[in-house]
Design a protein around this ligand. Structure first.
Ligand code: DGL
Length: 249
């Protein structure tokens, strides 16, 4: 495997671009190829069998492009399919998960709000994570929220009304940290933040980028060409979806 081979990143749609951005900043010489499965989104309300099959198919598309590592840039797909893909593929496979561990480091006397898809919260992986780092954590599923990002509706009245309903039961609680446990949500940071004044909004992408760098270094696969890395975008939603993706970079 050549160190100039690309790194593949995958999400159910546009959300994983939030991870791509972090990876690109951390590893600017790497070539990245991103696949968004917008035609089959959302994953977060699907049964696990569907999510596993879709994730396998997406990984296959990227493997065919000669990737040297795969980042499942989707908490939902990671929760369901990371262990299977790590066994099945011959390249390193990394995943993203709700950043509860980091949230515990930042928590003071308030609580932690974890936002993710319903499917993420139902996984054994999340149960294990919660078992280890779940103190003072409120897990709040947010079905319907990723669709705002897929429509590039990152502000405005409809989004505000949706968030007002979603967060209404928690307005009297003090959260120190809000965990954005779906890769679409960092694109909604500005809309979410005003509901939780004083809280830090975090996601897991910095940890993923560090883990990716360590992994590639240990395998002598870091791209040392000195050239700026390229970014290729692919989507099951066709040219229109790719055009929309470019506006998020
Ligand atoms: N972006 C995905 C995640 O991180 C999920 C969005 C979806 O429901 O497809 O969980």
């Amino acid at each position: 495997m050549a160190s100039t081979a690309p790194i593949g990143l995958f999400d159910s749609g546009i959300g994983g671009l939030s991870v791509l951005k972090t990876v690109r900043e951390a590893l600017p010489h790497e070539n990245l190829v991103y696949y968004g499965d917008s035609a089959n989104a959302p994953y977060g309300v699907r049964p696990p069998e569907d999510i596993l099959a879709l994730t396998r198919a997406a990984a296959e598309q990227l493997v065919q492009r000669g990737i040297k590592a795969l980042v499942i840039a989707c908490n939902t797909a990671t929760g369901v399919a990371l262990a299977a893909l790590q066994q099945e593929l011959l390249i390193p496979v990394l995943g993203i998960q709700p950043a509860l561990e980091e949230a515990q480091k930042l928590r003071r006397s308030g609580d932690i709000l974890a936002l993710a898809t319903p499917a993420t919260f139902k996984t054994e992986r999340y149960a294990a994570l919660y078992g280890q780092h779940g103190d003072h954590v409120v897990s709040l599923p947010a079905p319907g929220l990723m669709e705002f990002v897929e429509r590039r509706e990152l502000g405005g009245d409809n989004l505000h009304a949706f968030l007002t309903d979603l967060f209404a039961p928690y307005q009297d609680r003090r959260f120190d940290v809000v965990v954005l446990g779906c890769t679409h949500y960092p694109f909604l940071k500005e809309a979410i933040a005003p509901f939780f004044r004083g809280a830090q909004l975090i996601d897991d992408s910095p940890r993923v980028a560090r883990q990716l760098e360590d992994k590639l270094r240990s395998l002598h696969l870091l791209n040392d060409s000195g050239q700026p890395g390229s970014v290729s975008l692919l989507s099951s939603g066709g040219d229109e979806a790719v055009k929309l993706m470019r506006t998020f970079l």
